[in-house]
Design a protein around this ligand. Structure first.
Ligand SMILES: Cc1cc2nc3c(=O)[nH]c(=O)nc-3n(C[C@H](O)[C@H](O)[C@H](O)COP(=O)(O)OP(=O)(O)OC[C@H]3O[C@@H](n4cnc5c(N)ncnc54)[C@H](O)[C@@H]3O)c2cc1C
Length: 400
């Protein structure tokens, strides 16, 4: 895919809107608004097919350089795509980690051979990636990773366990943080390996969540193998690549996330109107607070992306990974408790219906939002860790 002929933002918006209207129809119509955190169990096969449809339309990798198979679109048009996608009710992206985490890592730290091997599978929506960082004793303290990898006969051999690995049960590949030098100091002995999931040395066990479904897993490596070349950066350089990867989480897709929150808010507001719950001043106050929270997030995200969208890799829609500020931490600290509170509001608005449960009972969206809300302040770095980072890096306070 070469560089598209330049289009005005208005024309581009109309193109995106038209494509989504034409394609989020027929077999894909039931996917509108489905999937995403808390709903990852929904329409999995159909959403995988949707990824491929997005790939066929060249809607994956919009900001990647044309020579790497992207469209080289400016940041403003990537933002438009995400806005329109959320507005149309585009389903939660199974390829989120592939496109938003691994692809930027490959573009920034990968070799030409790695880019040529792995970017096409991401761009076509045919290869799904998961993130293998956390372990039973290495979550917030990620440098404590114990999964080990040893280079023998042209292959890395992996032994160890990962946990909370989202979508590992459907992923083709995993980007794994592993210890390759047991003698080096904590952060120094780690490497960033690309490991195929479908092999005898990998076992995936689902973890059942409060919602009754499983979107994350335990992953066991028992002499799992990957080629010697499947390492991003040098051996021992994994910490830098892993942290760079996390830095990409504040990318332009945050715009779509915000639009999704807006839609969830409107659903809760709509239900509050229908049930008469707004007559209760306490509920009305919480609805107002939720709306204010949305505005605060919107302005913060605009300022954040503005700050990171001005140069370096950001010109390709990729924030600079080596000099991350604390903007992403602030945004996470705003949205995660906000969405948790929205879930609490949603069940209060639903009233006694929210307590319904039982065998074979399908949770309502309000119940799911409420129950999954417990995870919001944990994944992607807990709120306590976000505060620590802001305090230490942003304010220069002493380490706790
Ligand atoms: C829905 C979901 C999806 C996830 N998906 C993935 C995934 O795909 N891949 C992956 O690798 N991981 C994933 N995770 C794991 C996630 O990154 C970790 O849960 C998170 O980093 C916290 O680590 P932990 O669970 O080990 O908790 P711990 O680190 O043990 O923390 C427990 C509590 O102690 C607090 N705490 C810990 N250290 C400090 C400190 N220094 N100062 C103050 N408080 C502290 C924490 O904030 C937390 O409240 C996912 C988690 C969830 C909930």
């Amino acid at each position: 895919m070469g560089n598209d002929p330049p289009m005005t933002d208005e024309a581009f918006r109309a193109t995106v809107r038209g494509w989504l209207a034409d394609n989020l129809a027929g077999e894909f119509a039931p996917l509108a608004g489905r999937g995403g955190p808390g709903h990852e169990h929904e329409f999995v096969a159909e959403r995988m097919a949707w990824e491929r449809r997005l790939g066929e339309g060249h809607w994956i990798g919009l900001g990647w350089p044309a020579e790497d198979g992207g469209r080289g679109l400016p940041w403003s048009q990537q933002a438009i795509f995400h806005q329109e996608y959320a507005r149309a009710g585009g389903p939660g992206r199974i390829g989120h980690m592939s496109e938003q985490l691994l692809a930027p890592a490959l573009l920034t730290f990968g070799t030409p051979g790695q880019k040529a091997r792995f970017l096409p599978g991401i761009a076509s929506g045919t290869e799904v990636w998961c993130q293998g960082y956390s372990e039973p004793d290495a979550g917030s303290d990620l440098a404590a990773v114990r999964t080990r990898a040893e280079l023998r006969d042209g292959e890395w051999h992996l032994h160890g366990q990962k946990v909370w690995t989202s979508l590992a049960h459907i992923a083709d590949w995993c980007f794994v943080l592993a210890r390759t030098d047991p003698h080096a100091e904590r952060h120094r002995g780690l490497s960033y390996l690309l490991v195929p999931m479908r092999q005898p040395g990998v076992t995936v066990r689902p973890i059942r969540q409060l919602t009754g479904t499983s979107e994350f897993n335990e992953v066991f490596f028992d002499d799992a193998r990957t080629d010697a070349s499947a390492i991003i950066g040098a051996p021992g350089d994994g910490w830098r690549v892993a942290m760079g990867t996390l830095g990409f989480e504040r990318g332009v897709s945050t715009i779509g996330q915000q639009a999704g929150f807006q839609r969830e808010f409107e659903e809760v507001l709509g239900q509050a109107r229908r049930t008469g719950a707004l007559a209760d001043p306490e509920i009305a106050g919480r609805v107002t607070d939720a709306w204010i929270g949305l505005q605060v997030m919107r302005y913060t995200v605009q300022a954040t992306l503005g700050a990171s969208g001005s140069g370096g890799t950001a010109s390709a829609g990729l924030p600079d990974p080596v000099a991350p500020g604390t903007e992403a931490n602030i945004v996470k600290l705003l949205w995660s408790p906000w969405r948790q509170r929205l879930g609490e509001l949603a069940v209060d608005v639903a009233g006694p219906d929210a307590t319904l449960t039982g065998p074979g009972y399908e949770l309502s969206d309000s119940q799911r939002l409420f129950l999954f809300g417990r995870a919001e302040t944990i994944y992607g770095g807990s709120v306590e860790i976000q505060r620590n980072i802001i305090a230490e890096r942003g304010l220069g306070l002493p380490r706790g």
